[in-house]
Design a protein around this ligand. Structure first.
Ligand code: NAP
Length: 295
């Protein structure tokens, strides 16, 4: 087994990375990134910053003034940060949200690594996705990355299910101007029983079943019975692991993917971008698995 290098002392030369959000105390990003930075033996530290929405402009100016190398962005700043960025990648424009920012001489640039993170465990399956009908439960922020991911994967059909017709309609409209060529349909939750018969990739992007509501599932037993055996069930939730939804799908002969790998891979993609070098993904995964098993 490879030995982890000793922790470097923080000095005047230590470079700074971090994550902004509000609240931020439950973020697992500091744990994951500092484990990777330590394994690489780099003189960096990654810190959580609780930033209230009204303080975002001051914080951006302050980060530039102190020379922060880069930072992650989480709720509630993923969209609000867009006006402060001088360049935004196509994928972040398509999703309309940024989760990774870095400093350049021209100002702050932003991207979104959630799509890379979402896709990593699917691409690892190494299969042809062209006959896939992707059924996405929920139409919030994470669903946007999932729609972009399913588009990049080349899924034949992308169907999004939600409980609010107005939100569904504006979700659909938001893709009209997208730089990605996205084709999707939106459906009210009551259409779910019929849609489940066709789904070959079923993705939960709602928080239903997340700790502490571990006995909940977005699908009833009767709905799960409508799944085709072999359907891939992907839950973006990573605690508990597995969720009730994934247990139900597995019992029906489905293949289960939990949200931990997405969390790890979106973090790894951000860190790799900041450092411009390969990062120890296994270390990042291990530190989170150990932490979540203890929690
Ligand atoms: P969000 O923007 O609040 O969206 C949540 C969506 O779920 C909304 O469409 C919401 O519908 C729907 N929803 C919530 N409760 C529902 C219920 N009881 N019945 C039906 N629909 C319901 O949240 P998000 O940022 O997309 O995050 C969603 C989940 O993904 C969270 O569990 C989060 O932890 C997880 N996530 C994981 C990763 C990862 O790396 N693994 C990354 C991002 C997110 P309304 O709009 O009608 O309320």
């Amino acid at each position: 087994m490879q030995e982890t290098p000793p922790k470097l002392p923080i000095t005047g030369k230590t470079k700074l990375l971090g994550v902004i959000g509000y609240p931020i105390e439950h973020s697992l990003s500091p744990l994951m990134h500092n484990a990777a930075l330590q394994a690489l033996g780099l003189d960096y530290v990654y810190l959580p910053f609780a930033v209230k929405p009204e303080d975002l402009a001051d914080v951006m100016a302050g980060f530039a003034a102190i020379g922060l190398s880069g930072f992650n962005v989480t709720i509630p700043h993923k969209q609000a940060i867009l006006p402060y960025l001088s360049e935004v990648t196509t994928i972040a424009q398509a999703i309309g949200a940024v989760n990774t920012v870095w400093y350049t001489e021209q100002g702050w640039n932003g991207t979104n690594t959630d799509v890379v993170g979402f896709l990593a465990p699917l691409k690892a399956l190494d299969r042809d996705w062209s006959n896939t009908t992707a059924l996405i439960l929920g139409n919030g922020g994470a669903a946007r990355a999932v729609v972009a991911g399913c588009t990049q994967l080349g899924c034949d059909r992308i169907q999004v299910v939600g409980r609010d017709d107005k939100k569904l309609e504006s979700f659909l409209q938001s893709w009209c101007q997208s730089p990605l060529s996205v084709s999707l349909s939106v459906h009210h939750w009551k259409a779910l029983p019929d849609l489940l018969l066709e789904a070959t990739l079923l993705i939960n992007t709602t928080p239903i079943g997340m700790f502490p509501h571990i006995h909940q599932s977005p699908l009833s037993e009767a709905e799960i019975d409508r799944l085709q055996p072999g359907t891939i069930a992907y839950d973006l939730i990573y605690t508990p692991n597995p969720t009730r939804f994934l247990q139900q799908a597995q019992a029906r002969g489905g293949l289960a993917i939990d949200g931990l790998e997405m969390l790890v891979q979106q973090g790894a993609a951000a860190l790799q971008g900041w450092l411009d070098q390969p990062v120890p993904i296994a270390t990042m995964r291990q530190v989170l698995q150990t932490h979540l098993a203890r929690a």
